[in-house]
Write a new protein. Structure first.
Ligand SMILES: *[C@@H]1O[C@H](CO)[C@@H](O)[C@H](O)[C@H]1NC(C)=O
Ligand SMILES: *[C@@H]1O[C@H](CO)[C@@H](O)[C@H](O)[C@H]1NC(C)=O
Ligand SMILES: *[C@@H]1O[C@H](CO)[C@@H](O)[C@H](O)[C@H]1NC(C)=O
Ligand SMILES: *[C@@H]1O[C@H](CO)[C@@H](O)[C@H](O)[C@H]1NC(C)=O
Ligand SMILES: *[C@@H]1O[C@H](CO)[C@@H](O)[C@H](O)[C@H]1NC(C)=O
Ligand SMILES: *[C@@H]1O[C@H](CO)[C@@H](O)[C@H](O)[C@H]1NC(C)=O
Ligand SMILES: *[C@@H]1O[C@H](CO)[C@@H](O)[C@H](O)[C@H]1NC(C)=O
Length: 496
């Protein structure tokens, strides 16, 4: 009997974790920078100048009052900024990545009751709460040489930290994991996460944070600056889906982290796609390979968080105002393998450049639900949900199937995703809105010959040819999404 329990325990835990990742797989995440999303009083006027570094007034209560806006776009999860108490310098504290006391909340964002209420309000809508957490470091206002360790809670002693050194060589893994981020002035003292006492503190903390606020998932900041062996116990203590930030272009390097935690952010696809859609250059064979690398190298591509903008990277429209190019990039990240993540403000076509200019206050746009990209993102979320629901009775579901490239040329890529009979064919290009209309002939569309298909944005119907071929018309550089017409029956889509 005793033996039996011992044998079952690990299995029991892994089932709980697997279930949690499974639940996240179908979700679609809206990323919120808490200070810049919504104020408690709902006010939408300045001040919060572009590039302003300091608190602009966004709160958890403010978010809870704007869930219609988020859910209206089809999102069923949000990721919010770190929630804990920060250093006092507001230029470092407003974003939440400069912790001082992890057992106290950032009062600028509200009270414990406000955070609990936000969590409850989300759950009442069957939405999930993902909270950003930062186990790699604490922050100190002042010089690296005079860090006052007693200001940190609970890591109130030098012995919890690595010795002072700064990362100078981003190819040296020892440095990446052991040296400090930040600068000589205003450093981010690096915790010695290999130390058992540090790990115990983090595991105890994450368990109680998740429990106190009914958190559904965590986004783990600067995960590549922590040794991988830290994550299995930390994830288990959290007991919820963990998505790690491994901000690397190198697919193999980023994917490796999936052996230690559930998910990673899709940085490899981010770099590839933004480069392709931003530059209107010809696709090279290596690039095409990059579109697919995560598929072949990640343990579970369905748990990679795919994005094209975030609070650390210049917004896509800061490179080009072309609406068709944004739409292609959006279609790519939302219909490929993985969990889509859209950063607040993309729906309003905000165009802030490098951080801090990419952290605009969303209220300045007035939460316009008629904005072109608000409506476009809503359509993409709906297409993904439709594809998920129609493939759910088939053994290989839409989510766990792998996207495959069925066609490409210098400026167009077509990929097919989903089980046979319920495939979504997405055709993307980087020609831009000024490109004339053209027809692409796709010899092997992935559909059975003579299937009647429909383009989901325009409702144009077509029939697959005798050899599985399909001729697709690209209008003004917009992305094209094809689906079996018969599967629309009863959905009301395209008059069906
Ligand atoms: C940090 O060090 C610099 C020179 O090393 C000095 O000028 C400055 O006053 C120091 N700042 C603080 C907050 O101690
Ligand atoms: C990596 O960095 C560490 C710490 O700075 C240093 O001791 C080591 O020699 C470096 N390794 C390589 C291969 O450069
Ligand atoms: C970090 O912790 C490990 C394990 O306890 C220990 O061996 C190492 O000396 C520590 N490093 C520092 C810089 O204190
Ligand atoms: C969770 O709540 C308990 C009980 O109030 C408290 O002791 C603990 O510090 C809280 N944990 C966190 C991470 O805030
Ligand atoms: C993708 O795979 C190709 C072929 O193996 C490789 O040359 C390329 O460097 C990979 N790209 C990334 C970003 O890892
Ligand atoms: C986008 O294009 C601009 C201008 O060509 C370039 O500077 C930038 O590096 C590109 N961004 C990415 C992510 O490729
Ligand atoms: C492209 O097709 C669209 C929709 O059919 C049409 O409105 C537009 O005028 C066409 N553009 C060109 C340049 O022919």
């Amino acid at each position: 009997m005793f033996l039996r329990i011992l044998c079952f325990l690990p299995l029991f835990f892994s089932i709980i974790l697997a279930a949690t990742a499974t639940q996240w797989r179908s979700r679609s995440i809206y990323q919120i920078l808490t200070d810049r999303f919504a104020r408690t009083d709902g006010s939408t006027t300045a001040p919060c100048e572009p590039g302003y570094e300091g608190f602009c007034g966004g709160t958890w209560y403010g978010i809870s009052q704007k869930l219609d806006y988020i859910q209206g776009m089809g999102f069923d999860a949000i990721w919010i900024s770190p929630v804990v108490e920060q250093v006092s310098n507001p230029t470092r504290a407003y974003h939440g990545y400069c912790a001082k006391n992890i057992y106290s909340l950032n009062e600028n964002f509200g009270s414990a009751e406000d955070l609990k209420s936000l969590s409850m309000a989300l759950h009442a809508r069957d939405m999930y709460l993902m909270v950003d957490v930062v186990p790699n470091h604490m922050a100190f206002d002042g010089n690296a040489t005079d860090v006052d360790y007693s200001t940190f809670h609970p890591f109130n002693d030098r012995s919890f930290f690595h010795n002072v050194c700064f990362i100078t060589d981003w190819t040296n893994v020892t440095q990446i994991q052991q040296c400090w981020l930040g600068g000589e002035v205003n450093p981010l003292p690096d915790l010695n996460t290999t130390s058992p006492k540090v790990r115990t503190e983090w595991n105890t903390w994450i368990r109680s944070l998740v429990a106190n606020y009914s958190i559904d998932g965590i986004r783990v900041d600067t995960a590549q600056n922590i040794e991988q062996s830290f994550f299995p116990d930390f994830s288990k203590a959290a007991g919820v889906f963990a998505l790690g930030e491994v901000a690397s272009y190198y697919t193999q390097y980023a994917c490796n982290y999936q052996s230690f935690m559930d998910g990673i952010l899709g940085y490899p696809a981010y770099y590839t796609s933004v480069w392709f859609f931003n530059n209107t250059q010809a696709l090279s064979y290596n690039m095409l390979y990059d579109f697919l690398n995560t598929s072949s190298l990640c343990r579970d591509t369905s748990l990679v968080g795919e994005f094209m903008e975030n609070h650390d990277k210049p917004r896509f429209p800061s490179y080009t105002s072309d609406m068709s190019l944004v739409k292609n990039n959006l279609a790519y990240i939302m219909l490929k393998d993985g969990i889509p993540i859209v950063y607040q403000g993309q729906e309003q076509h905000l165009n802030g450049g490098t951080d801090p200019f990419n952290r605009e206050a969303i209220w300045l746009s007035g939460y316009n639900t008629d904005a072109e990209l608000y409506k476009f993102i809503k359509q993409l979320n709906a297409i993904r949900k439709l594809a998920i629901s129609k493939a759910s009775s088939i053994v290989t579901s839409f989510l766990t199937s792998k996207a495959t490239v069925v066609y490409y040329d210098a400026h167009n890529v077509a990929f097919s995703k989903g089980p046979a009979g319920a495939r979504v064919l997405t055709v993307i290009n980087n020609n831009g809105a000024k490109a004339g209309n053209y027809t692409l002939s796709i010899p092997r569309s992935g559909y059975t010959p003579r299937t009647e298909v429909v383009e989901l944005f325009t409702c144009t119907r077509m029939t697959i040819g005798r050899s599985g071929n399909l001729a697709v018309t690209v209008v003004e550089g917009k992305p094209v999404v094809m689906y079996s017409y018969s599967l629309l029956r009863g959905t009301g889509w395209c008059g069906s």
